[in-house]
Design a protein around this ligand. Structure first.
Ligand code: FE2
Length: 400
């Protein structure tokens, strides 16, 4: 659960363990043009363009737009000077996710503990404050270009205030009279919070990063899949799912596996400056059908699912569900097919999921829209169907 209430503040763990994660504070993107990206994510996915820090607020280094929906906060940042580190990264990786930031009780203590556990600092603790309160951030380096920031908040900048539309940090101003915000309130996309966040690492590196999440952040392995689970004739990958202690966030880590042709993970790395990074961000909805219908009506492109998929899916999924005493998928089967949604089941229940096409010109980052009905898995049964579809797309781009 990605809510503040999911952490028991009185539990001994939260007072003694500085690495207790309270929430996904925000996800920071480096983009080539934050003003235009804000418009894209607002229109395509229904985010509110809520706050901005740029030249108009005295920020002469970068422009940053805070986009919100449910408990999701995206921070889109573009450099304004050649000295800004984002410039070189954009050149090498294109638009993508730089930082998956966690709210903690004390950012400095979390950063110190992560370093004692073997983590490498991305940047030292820094605090910004004004009469309303303070925000402290400190970062550690994870795979490739990606950073995990720890964020602690006081006074008017605390997380409950932020969730209710309070200021993100000193130096941000509220965006007024942005017409698209009104439209989005009237036409909700229903995205609630970050369900999981998947990273792609190089061949042979998955276990190294699994150990890093265990040692440095105190995560534990939740599930793992090998190439027999996740493969087609041509393409394969291996994946291990790491979860934070309180299951606030799950971070699957993929590495390419041998196949006849290039793995989708390898294609990502090739177009990401041969550097690991975030492959997709899964956003949770309570109603997959209406979310996907709304997103499609806004022009979001999803991975096309082969028609043959629907010839076997209900048999496979409903058989699995009834064998574990669950009732069958309640969503309208015909509508699921029309919207091109994927379905999978396990012993705990089922899930509905769908993957967008890449969100930028490079075949790197994409979103997943996921709805869970009991299942805590990631759609293993869909991997084959999905991969066949992915490979058709890869072939069309000349990258298979
Ligand atoms: Fe996923």
């Amino acid at each position: 659960m990605a809510t503040l209430s999911s952490v028991d503040k009185d539990s001994p763990r939260s007072t003694t363990d500085p690495l207790t994660l309270i929430d996904v504070d925000h996800v920071r993107f480096f983009v080539g043009n934050a003003k235009q990206s804000a418009f894209f994510y607002a229109y395509a996915f229904g985010f509110q363009v809520e706050q901005v820090s740029d030249l108009s607020t005295g920020n002469r280094q970068s422009a940053q737009y805070l986009l919100t929906q449910g408990n999701i906060r995206l921070l889109l940042e573009t450099p304004l000077t050649t000295e800004h580190a984002a410039g070189a990264e954009l050149n090498r990786h294109g638009d993508g996710i730089k930082d998956v930031a966690f709210t903690v009780f004390d950012a400095q203590k979390a950063w110190e503990q992560a370093r004692r556990n073997g983590g490498i600092s991305a940047y030292e603790p820094r605090t910004v404050h004004d009469e309303r309160g303070s925000v402290t951030m400190a970062g550690i380096q994870t795979y490739g270009r990606v950073v995990h920031s720890f964020v602690s908040r006081t006074g008017g900048y605390d997380l409950p205030s932020l969730k209710q539309g309070g200021a993100f940090a000193p130096g941000f101003r509220k965006v007024e009279n942005f017409k698209l915000n009104q439209f989005n309130l009237l036409h909700p996309c229903g995205l609630k919070f970050v369900d999981h966040c998947v990273g792609n690492v190089e061949l042979g590196k998955m276990n190294e990063w699994v150990k890093w999440y265990e040692d440095v952040l105190g995560f534990a392995m939740f599930k793992h899949f090998d190439e027999k689970d996740i493969s087609t004739e041509y393409s394969a990958l291996m994946s291990k799912v790491m979860a934070s202690g309180n299951h606030l966030i799950k971070m699957p880590i993929n590495e390419p596996a041998e196949g006849k042709r290039k793995s989708q993970v390898q294609e990502y790395l090739d177009w990401h400056g041969m550097t690991p990074g975030i492959q997709h961000l899964a956003l949770r909805t309570d109603d997959e059908l209406s979310s996907v219908a709304e997103l499609r009506s806004r022009g979001v492109e999803f991975l096309p699912i082969p028609d043959s998929y629907y010839e076997s899916v209900w048999n496979r999924v409903n058989k699995e569900l009834t064998s574990h005493g669950h009732s069958a998928v309640k969503e309208d089967h015909q509508r699921v097919r029309e919207l091109g949604i994927l379905v999978d089941a396990d012993d705990e229940g089922y899930l509905l999921q769908l993957f967008t096409m890449p969100l930028q010109d490079r075949p790197t980052l994409f979103f997943e829209i996921i709805c869970r009905r009991g299942s805590q898995s990631f759609g293993k049964g869909n991997f084959k169907a999905l991969f066949q579809s992915l490979e058709e797309e890869q072939a069309r781009r000349g990258n298979l």
